[in-house]
Design a protein around this ligand. Structure first.
Ligand SMILES: Cc1cc2nc3c(=O)[nH]c(=O)nc-3n(C[C@H](O)[C@H](O)[C@H](O)COP(=O)(O)O)c2cc1C
Length: 256
């Protein structure tokens, strides 16, 4: 599948996490289109996305009682990783963010959830194969904005680029747009673990920070990978990814 670069790039600024939904279902036509993207967008081995139109039970849970719990979402997307495939977490982040940006571009709301959900319930909705695991889910529906208390300002804070760049200079347009797009990426507990090394024709993503909170930082970096690529390609640059060993995650090398 060809990535709809400009559509997804525009969705980066519009996306934010939504945890309170109206009960309004998404039309079956739109669900069919999201389902098609889930089936066709398979950029790297080791990850796939499955739309669940009618969940059998509530897969979301709270931190303490209802805190941070996703409520009322009529549908969700399950992000399934194949734990036997190298780099499946980076693949999962990249793939999942594509589905999320596609949904955002269609005025749907989403929220990456890898902590506060019940994988055993999600497995009643999605058949998984040997070695696979439902690593995360995202609700899909329409926001009940007036009730979304978690959408506070702090959640939208992002680190300045100066704190994220390990080496190199932002001296070309594609690098600037790539890194600005990556800066806006979502991450678990908004920890923004990605760090960037800029070279003459590449950006290498690795992760930093200490606390892991149970969720892999590589997933966050996989999400940032897609944002880097969208920023670069928005300026007309094309490039290729190489997946790397931890704590490095991947390098995007432009070919022009
Ligand atoms: C990999 C990943 C896992 C996440 N897990 C959860 C979760 O379990 N529960 C939750 O309420 N939010 C979760 N989030 C949402 C983040 O808290 C949110 O993306 C971050 O605070 C930035 O806010 P924004 O998405 O509105 O830009 C997760 C985000 C990512 C990227």
């Amino acid at each position: 599948m060809h990535i709809p670069v400009d559509t997804w790039y525009d969705a980066i600024e519009k996306r934010h996490s939504v945890r309170q939904y109206t009960e309004e279902p998404v039309s079956s036509g739109l669900l069919a289109e999201i389902e098609e993207i889930c089936e066709e967008f398979t950029p790297f081995a080791g990850a796939r996305a499955v739309l669940v139109r009618a969940p059998k039970s509530d897969v979301f849970k709270g931190l303490i009682g209802p805190i941070l719990k996703v409520k009322q979402a009529p549908h969700y997307v399950a992000f399934v990783g194949d734990t036997e495939v190298n780099h499946f977490e980076a693949a999962l982040g990249y793939l999942g963010e594509g589905i999320i940006l596609e949904a955002t571009s269609r005025a749907l709301n989403t929220c990456w959830v890898t902590g506060f959900f019940r994988p055993e319930r999600a497995e009643e909705d999605v058949a998984i194969r040997d070695g696979e695991q439902i690593v995360g889910v995202s609700p899909l529906g329409y926001a009940e904005e007036s009730k979304d208390r978690v959408g506070n300002k702090r959640e939208h804070d992002r680190k300045p680029l100066s704190k994220l760049i390990k080496s190199g200079d932002v001296d070309r347009e594609w690098v600037e747009l790539a890194l600005e797009a990556a800066r806006l990426a979502p991450s678990a507990v908004n920890r923004q673990p990605w760090r960037f090394a800029i070279d003459s024709d590449s950006i290498t993503i690795s992760y930093g920070g200490f606390i892991d909170w149970g969720t892999s930082k590589v997933i966050d970096c996989g999400i940032a990978m897609l944002h880097v690529e969208l920023g670069a390609r928005h300026t007309g640059e094309v490039g290729e990814w190489s997946l790397l060993s931890k704590p490095k995650v991947a390098r995007f090398e432009v070919s022009t």
